[in-house]
Design a protein around this ligand. Structure first.
Ligand SMILES: NC(=O)c1ccc[n+]([C@@H]2O[C@H](COP(=O)([O-])OP(=O)(O)OC[C@H]3O[C@@H](n4cnc5c(N)ncnc54)[C@H](OP(=O)(O)O)[C@@H]3O)[C@@H](O)[C@H]2O)c1
Length: 388
């Protein structure tokens, strides 16, 4: 029987790859709803291509455009917060959560509260409100399957043994566009250069997070919540070929790793089928043709965001929420050409060290969003002083 599916962030990079998976396995899915931010034309096209029953845009002002673009198709639609929440409330076997940034938290959490199985790409949900989110998932018996290629690989690798026998779980990083650049060169790099990722084609925010390596830091925090592994048992390894995505080193010295060509359709298809592997007509990994896989340590002197994220994970409490919020504001300012590359880490560091919210991890999603709001306000106040 076809699985019913709702896609949050349907017009983005992950959303488009999800659409490709759905179309490649047409008989396996019925798309219930698609959700986007503000691009009415793109969402309408996606809804039509996928035969969705409902389309929702977060931006209320784009509602008339969406209605017009879907006129005569029979696809119901709405715009604004209530329309997004209606989309996640509609019956679906699985909700693919791929809105970018903390904007994804409320709809993803609403889907979880409705008991929907979650295929999770939106790592910021877990970084901002991981304890509350996972506690609700456990209480409601909701399964979360990771879409991030590293976490999807770890999910499978971890099933080879027991949690207590894990010595280290390692996620890999391609190293981003600045892996071989000097600090002086990186300092002068603009957002266009930072967005030129050597391996993955992604949305704008995650592109910058990959260039600063904050993305890897956010992923460590995500892994901590998903797999119940403390900071000491999590690590990052730079692997430019992006073939090995996650490795688990066991207490007997054995290592279990997850490998695949770098194509998000692989983990997406896997997550949409609850971790079950179904045929995908994609190129196969040919290790002999690749010949060499290389690995190196991350250089935290050039990529201080990774150090900051590790420190936030280690500190726990509200620190990951604060780090994530400050990072979103700093990345926005960098993308707007207002601040330089290293001002991102400087703003994040200042907000983390001066925020008064520290303390306990937010127990609920609204608590997390309140802390997130305070940290954003603090970060916004720091931007003018860093202006270039
Ligand atoms: N791209 C990857 O390869 C990759 C890999 C692993 C994990 N992820 C994670 O997946 C998430 C999405 O990444 P992405 O690269 O797909 O981002 P993206 O290309 O920027 O797409 C973001 C999507 O979210 C929608 N959106 C933005 N704000 C919204 C809001 N307030 N309410 C509802 N929808 C909103 C956008 O719609 P509009 O276009 O209309 O604004 C778009 O559909 C991120 O959390 C990222 O870290 C991505």
């Amino acid at each position: 029987m076809a699985r019913s599916l709702t896609i949050l962030g349907a017009t983005g990079s992950i959303g488009r790859s999800t659409a490709d998976v759905v179309l490649a396995q047409r008989e396996k899915f019925q798309v219930e709803a698609v959700v986007g931010g503000r691009n009415a034309q793109a969402l309408a096209e996606t809804a039509k291509r996928l035969g969705a029953r409902f389309a929702a845009l977060a931006d209320e002002s784009a509602g008339p455009d969406l209605r017009q673009a879907l006129g005569g198709t029979g696809i119901a639609c709405g715009a604004g917060r209530s329309a997004v929440l209606e989309a996640v409330d509609r019956p679906a076997d699985v909700v693919l959560a791929a809105i970018s940034g903390t904007a994804g938290l409320e709809p993803t959490h609403a889907a979880l509260k409705s008991g929907r199985r979650i295929a999770l790409a939106n790592k910021e949900s877990l970084v901002c409100a991981g304890s509350a989110f996972m506690a609700d998932a456990r209480r409601l018996g909701v399964e979360i399957t990771p879409v991030d290629s590293e976490h999807n690989a770890l999910d499978h690798a971890l099933s080879a043994g027991r949690n207590r026998d894990v010595e280290k779980a390692v996620i890999t990083a391609s190293g981003g566009p600045f892996r071989t650049w000097s600090r002086d060169q990186i300092e002068k790099a603009d957002a266009k250069q930072a967005s030129a990722h050597p391996v993955w084609s992604m949305g704008s925010k995650i592109n910058i997070d990959s260039a600063t390596l904050m993305n890897k830091g956010l992923e460590l925090i995500e892994a901590h919540h998903l797999f119940d592994l403390e900071a000491e048992r999590l690590d990052v390894l730079v692997h430019p070929e992006a073939i090995v995505h996650g490795l688990v080193q066991w207490t007997d010295g054995a290592v279990t790793a997850g490998l695949a060509l770098p194509d998000m359709k692989v983990p997406i298809a896997n997550a949409l089928h609850d971790g079950v592997r179904l045929f995908m007509d994609l190129p196969r990994l040919d290790l002999a043709a690749i010949g060499r896989l290389t690995f190196e340590r991350a250089d935290e002197a050039r990529f201080p965001c990774l150090t900051l994220a590790k420190a936030a994970l280690q500190a726990g409490g509200a620190m990951p929420t604060i780090l994530n919020a400050a990072n979103e504001i700093a990345v926005e300012a960098y993308m707007a050409g207002e601040i330089g590359f290293y001002a991102i880490s400087e703003i994040v560091e200042t907000v983390c060290s001066t925020s008064s919210a520290g303390g306990k991890a937010p127990a609920t999603v609204p608590d997390a969003l309140a802390i997130d709001g305070e940290a954003r306000a603090l970060a916004r106040r720091l931007v003018p002083a860093k202006r270039i």
